[in-house]
Design a protein around this ligand. Sequence first.
Ligand code: AMP
Length: 467
Amino acid sequence: MSFSKLGLSAPILKAIEDQGYTEPSAIQAQAIPAILDGQDVMAAAQTGTGKTAGFTLPLLETLSKGELAQSNQVRALVLTPTRELAAQVAESVKNYGQHLPLKSTVVFGGVKINPQMMALRRGADILIATPGRMMDLYNQKAVRFDKLEVLVLDEADRMLDMGFIHDIKKILAILPKKRQNLLFSATFSPEIRQLAKGLVNNPVEISVTPRNATAVSVEQWLHPVDKKRKTELLIKLVKDGRWDQALVFSRTKHGANKITKQLEDAGIRASAIHGNKSQGARTRALSDFKDGRIRILVATDIAARGLDIEQLPHVVNFDLPDVAEDYVHRIGRTGRAGATGKAISLVAADELDQLRAIERLTQKLIERRYEDDFMPTHMLPDTTLDTRPIKPNKPKRNKSDGAPRQGNSPRGKQGNAPKSGNRRPTDGRRSEDKSQPAKADVTPGQGLRSKPLAPARRNRRPATQEK
Ligand code: AMP
């Protein structure tokens, strides 16, 4: 299949060629014709599947046919949960639309509002925004939606996780009723289906990543290790493995700072990215990481969500996440763009509940690898696969980033899983894992497999610029 068969015009095909893409990804092949046809679309696709181009390319095509945006008007609104994702989508819109006369603007919080108001005065064919800042701008009459043609919700699941539901409802209320709606989400949770009910009309449903399955080309394992020796082990893995770059996940902002300092003290260039950092610091950390000036980026889940970092070879779960779905999102940062990634978790005995919840969600036991010098004194008990279905949970507050969260909290939910003793392995691997390659695979029969994308050319500008 080639892009030219999808109904896109020459300026867009040229931009695609400039990017070095040779063929559409699965999500693009399905979403582009449906969007060009004017239909509402509901797509389950994680970052790394090419979803951004999946909605941006047909959006540009459709908008290029109509009248350009007038002062303060917006023709297409793309809502994203985080500033980083907003900046990345804006960058894609600029890249793919470089041969078209369309104007695009990005707005998000944490930076001055005035330059954003000035930019909107010219009107925007495409506005990319985080919900809170968008409402501020609307309330200050900096933006009008009477000519809005298309609404895109990107990473809608994360928007709900981050507590944006009220902003989203307010935004829906101010948009014209007649419009095209595109909803993208990593998974179709019951909460997303509920949101979709009041949003999309008779949508084309597309799924390129089976629900809660981990990415296909990610090799995953865990190192059982005592809590207090995690940083030491991380430093050893980075140094002995001569890792070029890795994204390390910390459950808390404080933890992210501490790990970063310890890595730096060990001579490994590192930066932290989390909600307490200023937008400038986050932008700098991300561009330093993208440009290879730092080796390790330490992030909390919310800060890291949606970051488009190409071909990241290693993702480390310094702590297992409290919300099992975050494990799937985290390891989605690796194994991208056709490369096989490695997702490595450092697991202490007191994270057994989280481990069980993750294994239950992904329906896979994670292989254990023991490091000779790091044999834990508190052994991590063995786990067995819990195949009972998971019921949706009530929203709960997330301590680390201060936003309400939803998901399957592992605490108190895994009580029936059989407990096993502190058996110590004799050969460095668990007996049942010996013959098994550590590749993740997808749950069969739940939609299409997401095919890793071919490497894209590295011709990007730094992702975010302070506005
Ligand atoms: P996304 O899922 O939108 O975050 O995109 C993930 C990465 O895939 C980005 O770096 C894109 O530049 C890249 N990409 C998107 N579409 C294609 C394609 N058709 N072929 C190769 N790479 C692509």
